[in-house]
Design a protein around this ligand. Structure first.
Ligand code: PRX
Length: 676
């Protein structure tokens, strides 16, 4: 019995309405619609697609194959003969339906610095800015299907850049502003972008980061020779900044004539007429890189019609959103949460969405709750890491604020421990707000397992039940056989949903290998999960070589390859361990080259190397110099044993007799600061 049968067990009335409801209000309603979504996906997703405006409404709805063993192989197509434009659906159509919506606030920009002017951008203003910037892109030769790398801080211009790409059919590839020049270069070259959009600086927590400077370094690298144009937003443009933290860096900004252009200059040359490009539903919308089990990041490819249908519906139902409410998601647009639930989900529902440039602890740990009061936020969505870091401080930082406007609190990115859930619920939400713990991934496009507010009981730490169209299935890792709940196993999804990634950019083979080969006929999530007797899902964490640290995915192989680039290192093995604050910590076993001395200075230097090569958001917690690593006779490092050592769970190491030299294990345990 799968989780879906738990839901289907109870009698349901068939859904015979001609449209989907505005809100899901009862469990029976959920069950009816869930049954429709799994038994007749064509019908359910036709109704969902009707929530959008299409130039041509699709006649073909679902056309998908998950089994790589079939002649067709893995192929995912939704709404394949439909034609629409994502930007039109997020902006134009709201105003077309009701011109007064032009005056409604689309984005509230909360800058890092409290001294700067607060910005409210209406739908009409945002549309005008997007059209003008789209014309700048066109002037620089960007066409439908071209890849555009976006390396920006969390400012309104970033949203403008994404929407402008969507408007003209260019494929955006956003790279999180914390990534290093090397990481950006790798991502630029993988998708062969010819143009980069960046900003002179980013400001977070009062600190200035030179983004354009990092692009300059990236573009000196051989693999970035494809880039011909860099469009540079000026972060302070239009803001009434009373002081300029970035003055010094600005004076040393490098400028390459004929390659680098200030966006505010280019905007002078364009008008605000720009028709949206009609796009086929399966035309790519964006690429977003995520870490995998191997060193090379995966270019997750999302397409147009299915993605927007899915993020729009999930946003609507999971936040029970009504236009007029103010919504804030604290994620950076550099991650999928920023794409789906700062921009596309909210704007396609005519929401007012807050773009927050800063960090939760600046100028103090009341920042989030002050923002909530200042903008009267109704729905607030953040990561467990932020919650855990804030709950470490005195509750008065929260309780001195009102938070009366809040209705729903959301979490995403990693399992939320029951203690943090309780604090979020009782202290932040005054035991009044409901919590939606949303489990999903870059690859899934939108929410997969999530409560629908006030429709069923919550259990702190459980993402509860699957969203419409999502059929979960557990598998036993050893036997590879399906497991019937209640049980714990590897979490897979049977059958397709419109929001899922279609492929890895120009690497369908790896897409199939990673997600569809482990369990034939199923999408493999890479997460472990327990499904209890009541059908509730409890995500237990990654089962592969990906760490989830403070809500960020980091591939251990990527860190290992950064470590071995250091001149003193001959070999490295990186594993995670449970960390109460960050979800996981990063433990690096490092074998030095002959003659290289172990030292504190070298440890620091290795940490610096990793951060320089991958990005400042990646931080090795422990460097353990290990002259020998546990290896099989064929020379393969046994990471399973290393994980047990650092967990620590040294009494369950399993069979170590196949090791080349089993005594290595004792040496490692002796020196491991976590096993004592
Ligand atoms: O391990 C799961 C964890 O984050 C992974 C996906 O990371 P990413 O692609 O960066 O997307 C993050 C934002 C959607 C998952 O495989 N994860 C995400 N949400 C949850 C979670 N783990 C437990 N509970 C969640 N609500």
């Amino acid at each position: 019995m799968s989780s879906s049968t738990v839901i289907n067990n109870s009698s349901t009335t068939a859904w015979d309405q001609s449209s989907l409801p505005e809100k899901i209000q009862t469990f029976d309603e959920y069950k009816s619609l869930y049954a429709l979504s799994t038994e007749n996906p064509d019908r359910f997703w036709t109704l969902a697609a009707q929530r959008l405006d299409w130039y041509q409404f699709p006649t073909k709805i679902k056309n998908t194959e998950f089994d790589y063993r079939t002649e067709r192989g893995v192929e995912i197509k939704w709404f394949e003969d439909g034609v629409l434009n994502v930007c039109y659906n997020c902006l134009d159509r709201h105003i077309a339906k009701d011109p007064s919506v032009g005056e409604q606030v689309a984005i509230i920009f909360e800058t890092d610095k409290l001294t700067e002017k607060r910005h409210h951008i209406t739908y009409a203003e945002l549309l005008r800015d997007v059209k003008r910037f789209a014309n700048v892109l066109k002037n620089h030769g960007v066409k439908k299907g071209d890849r555009v790398t976006i390396y920006m801080p969390m400012i309104v211009d970033t949203c403008v850049a994404l929407l402008a790409c969507a408007r003209i059919g260019a494929i955006h590839s956003v790279v999180f502003g914390g990534f290093s020049s090397h990481s950006v270069a790798e991502r630029i070259s993988d998708c062969e972008s010819t143009i980069v959009i960046t900003s002179d600086f980013g400001v977070r927590g009062g600190k200035c980061t030179p983004l354009k400077g990092k692009i300059d370094v990236a573009l000196t690298m051989e693999q970035c020779k494809s880039v011909k144009t860099v469009l540079v937003f000026q972060r302070n443009h239009g803001l009434s900044a009373t002081e300029d933290d970035c003055a010094e860096q600005r004076s040393s900004l490098l400028w390459v004539d004929g390659r680098d252009y200030w966006v505010h200059d280019e905007l002078e040359k364009v008008d605000d007429k720009c028709d949206p490009e009609p796009m086929n539903a399966e035309d790519p919308l964006f690429i977003l890189y995520t870490s995998g089990s191997t060193g090379k990041p995966k270019g997750i490819l999302h397409t147009t019609g299915g993605y927007l249908t899915y993020v729009s519906l999930t946003f609507k139902y999971v936040f029970a959103y009504t236009p007029g409410e103010v919504y804030m998601c604290t994620a950076d647009v550099g991650w999928i949460t920023g794409h789906s639930y700062v921009i596309y989900g909210p704007l396609s529902n005519r929401a007012t969405t807050v773009v927050f440039e800063g960090i939760p602890t600046y100028p103090d740990v009341s920042r989030f709750w002050n923002i909530v009061d200042k903008h009267q936020i109704n729905i607030f969505y953040t990561a467990p890491t932020a919650i855990r870091s804030l709950m470490a401080h005195d509750d008065s930082f929260v309780t001195r604020t009102s938070r009366k406007s809040l209705r729903i609190l959301g979490t995403v990115g990693e399992p939320i421990n029951p203690e943090a859930w309780k604090w979020y619920h009782t202290i932040v939400g005054d035991s009044r707000c409901t919590i939606v713990d949303t489990w999903w991934q870059t690859e899934t496009g939108g929410f997969m397992i999530t409560p629908i507010p006030n429709v069923w009981e919550l259990e702190g730490g459980s993402a509860t039940l699957p969203f419409f169209g999502i059929q979960t299935q557990l598998f036993n890792k050893e036997t590879r056989q399906p497991l019937q709940p209640p049980n714990t196993g590897e979490l897979c999804i049977r059958d397709s949903w419109p929001g899922q990634a279609r492929s890895l950019y120009r690497n369908h083979e790896r897409f199939v290998d990673v997600y569809f080969r482990p369990y034939p006929g199923y999408y493999f999530s890479g997460d472990g999960c327990e499904i209890k007797a009541n059908g509730y899902h409890w995500i237990t964490g990654r089962v592969d070589d990906v760490l989830v640290i403070s809500g960020h995915n980091i591939g251990t192989a990527e860190v290992e390859s950064a470590l071995v680039q250091h001149a003193g290192v001959s070999e490295a093995a990186v594993v995670g361990y449970p960390d109460p604050k960050k979800n996981q910590g990063m433990y690096c076993f490092v074998t030095l080259k002959d003659g290289v001395e172990e030292s504190d200075a070298l440890q620091k230097d290795l940490i610096k190397t990793v951060r320089e090569i991958i990005g400042a958001h990646v931080f090795p917690d422990i460097i353990h110099f290990a002259p020998n690593l546990p290896k099989t006779r064929s020379g393969k490092i046994m990471r399973r044993i290393l994980r047990k050592i650092v967990e620590p769970d040294v009494h369950n190491l399993g069979d170590i007799s196949t090791l080349n030299d089993p005594s290595v294990v004792d040496e490692l345990i002796k020196k491991c600061p976590r096993s004592h």
